[in-house]
Write a protein that binds this ligand. Structure first.
Ligand code: HXC
Length: 257
């Protein structure tokens, strides 16, 4: 594993996965996501593991999908890469996953946190779906999960403006479980994981599956719809302009085509 660190028994029955591309603010490139999928599959099959924590570092949980890797892609490239089959496998992990978030959780980073079952945040955490600023839109569940978590008006504003939501507000809006001082967010995630790890692993698995079932039928449809539109963004000049502008560290000029 090059981009993640895995500790299967960080605490009794609790595994820890740390996203580990610190210089790139843990931008989620395809290899990192593949490693995360493989690690989660292994931990899901390991009887000693009852709960999993995914974290980043103090500055960033993850600042999104890797824009540099996506910048030159066409809609058909994106369709063929089929990165969302990886996300689907992650979503199907049977054991509970807690995201321990500090710093930036943006774009795919926010979507990854929301794909987890619970979120513990440090007071420095910032959640956001800023894809609109680089000429695209959320593609890994953001339009669906954020809307279900915080309601249409707040989600629409975040998705259409790219504005960030600080941890305290995210707690008020029900996006996260709780916010704690920065030196405690990982401890707090471990405490929650330890509590869950005391329960029956079978009941835990079934309970997780059932809570998720409450919205999954609609989610499948929603994700399908979202993906088509995400791919379509890659047919636009604005996508190329937005991502190139980011890479070149200049303001983008969007033309609406
Ligand atoms: C690639 C990234 C990156 C990203 C940061 N970096 N985010 N590289 N993809 N998503 C890199 C920067 O280029 C830079 O590298 C280094 O990390 C540090 O970032 P800075 O911008 O210098 O830091 P700072 O000024 O503190 O700004 C932090 C930031 C900003 C506000 C988080 O980096 C930012 O706006 N990042 C992009 C956020 C975003 O748009 N996310 C959505 C991506 S699209 P160098 O080499 O220059 O030092 C998406 C789609 C998901 O997620 C759907 C499909 C899965």
């Amino acid at each position: 594993m090059e981009f993640i660190l895995v500790t299967p028994q960080a605490q009794p029955h609790v595994a820890l996965i740390q996203l580990n591309r610190p210089k790139e603010l843990n931008a989620l490139n395809l290899q990192l996501m593949g490693e995360l999928r493989d690690a989660l599959k292994e931990l899901d099959e390991n009887d000693e593991v009852r709960a999993i924590i995914i974290t980043g570092n103090e500055r960033a949980f993850a600042a999104g999908a890797d824009i540099k890797q996506m910048a030159g892609k066409t809609a058909i490239d994106m369709l063929n890469i089929d990165q969302f089959s990886t996300w689907d496998q992650i979503r199907k992990t049977k054991k509970p996953i807690i995201a321990a978030v500090s710093g930036f959780a943006l774009g795919g980073g926010c979507e990854l946190a929301m794909t987890c079952d619970m979120i513990i945040a440090s007071e420095t955490a910032m959640f956001g779906q800023p894809e609109i600023k680089i000429g695209v839109m959320p593609g890994a569940g953001g339009t669906q999960r954020l809307t279900k978590a915080i309601g249409k008006a707040k989600a629409m504003e975040m998705v259409l403006t790219g504005k960030f939501m600080p941890a305290e507000e995210a707690e008020k809006q029900g996006l996260i479980n709780r916010v704690v001082p920065v030196e405690l967010y990982l401890d707090e995630a471990f405490k929650l994981a330890a509590e869950i790890a005391k329960m029956s692993p079978v009941a835990t698995k079934l309970a997780k599956e059932s809570v998720n079932r409450s919205f999954e039928t609609q989610l499948d449809e929603g994700l399908h719809f979202e993906r088509k539109n995400f791919y379509l963004c890659f047919a636009s000049e604005d996508q190329t302009e937005g991502m190139n502008a980011f890479v070149e560290k200049r303001a983008p000029e969007f033309k609406g085509r």
